[in-house]
Design a protein around this ligand. Structure first.
Ligand SMILES: [Zn+2]
Length: 67
């Protein structure tokens, strides 16, 4: 089985996993819609996924926009 990659839901911190980036965008988007009634465009979801993957090793460190 392929190694899965993971991101955290930005709204509830639930961990979501998929086999690749495209899969993560899909599961996160579905999760946001179903669990939070948030309809986000795939572009926005992908940006979040990519940002989390880039910082995955330290994703607990809240890396975004510290000037
Ligand atoms: Zn959530």
């Amino acid at each position: 089985m392929a190694e899965s990659i993971k991101v955290k839901c930005p709204a509830c911190d639930q961990i979501l996993a998929a086999a690749d980036e495209g899969g993560l965008v899909k599961v996160l988007r579905e999760h946001l819609y179903e669990e939070h009634a948030l309809e986000m465009p795939p572009e926005r979801v992908r940006e979040n996924v990519v940002a989390q993957l880039r910082d995955f090793d330290g994703y607990n460190a809240r890396p975004i926009s510290r000037a």
